[in-house]
Design a protein around this ligand. Structure first.
Ligand code: SAH
Length: 196
């Protein structure tokens, strides 16, 4: 298929941690993502006080936006550095605690209580740990997941969604024969297959 050359590629967690250490984080958008602003009404769908999930969150500034609008935000990220930078760059006081259900994981929570960021692999989470969500902002997440893990990732995401939730997904359209990524190329047909 057209994504044959990418299908077997793997970016390890070690490599992600290294990117953060080296400051090799070209994916981070300091000004936030214009597509969230553009489609915010789809995410909110007239509702207030939502629980919004940020898979593979990095230090996405959109988490601060949504928290400031009165929503509660949960993120997950393997890099502790990313999460510390998030709180530092927004001058947000936070506390840190272990997650009893996940060995080695930590939860960073803003003192105000409306931003909870889990430092662990997303595959360690379940709805019994983080609950279910009214909205998902998936930018740099599905497209960062290793192609062989996509089905597992999407199946997990589906278990984390409330009945009437909205899921905003950002992908990048390009010729996968000419570029090896990142991010990975996820064709629309595959998205339809994954999410049904
Ligand atoms: N969504 C963010 C970051 C995108 S880059 C943004 O829009 O800026 C992808 C991020 O996922 C990286 O910060 C990487 O460290 C993290 N990551 C990669 N694999 C992960 C996993 N299995 N679980 C949690 N985070 C992961």
């Amino acid at each position: 298929s057209d994504i044959g050359s990418q299908r077997d590629r793997v970016v390890t967690q070690e490599e992600w941690l290294q990117k953060w250490e080296m400051g090799n984080i070209g994916f981070h958008k300091e000004q936030g993502h214009p597509l969230l602003q553009k489609h915010l009404d789809v995410l909110l769908n007239g509702r207030s006080g939502l629980r919004v999930f940020f898979p593979l969150c990095g230090k996405a500034v959109e988490m601060k936006w949504l928290a400031d609008m009165g929503h509660s935000v949960v993120g997950v990220e393997v890099s502790e550095q990313a999460l510390q930078e998030f709180f530092a760059e927004h001058n947000l006081p936070y506390c840190e605690e272990p997650v009893p259900e996940i060995s080695g994981a930590k939860k960073f929570q803003s003192t105000s209580g409306n931003i909870s960021l889990y430092c662990c692999s997303i595959y360690d989470l379940s709805s019994s740990i983080v609950g279910k969500f009214d909205g998902v902002w998936d930018r740099g997440a599905l497209v960062a997941v290793n192609p062989r893990d996509r089905q597992r990732y999407v199946s997990l995401m589906i278990t984390l969604m409330e009945k009437n939730s909205s899921y905003l997904l950002v992908t990048v359209s390009y010729d996968p024969n000419k570029h090896k990524g990142p991010p990975f190329y996820v064709p629309e047909s595959e998205i339809k297959g994954l999410f049904g």
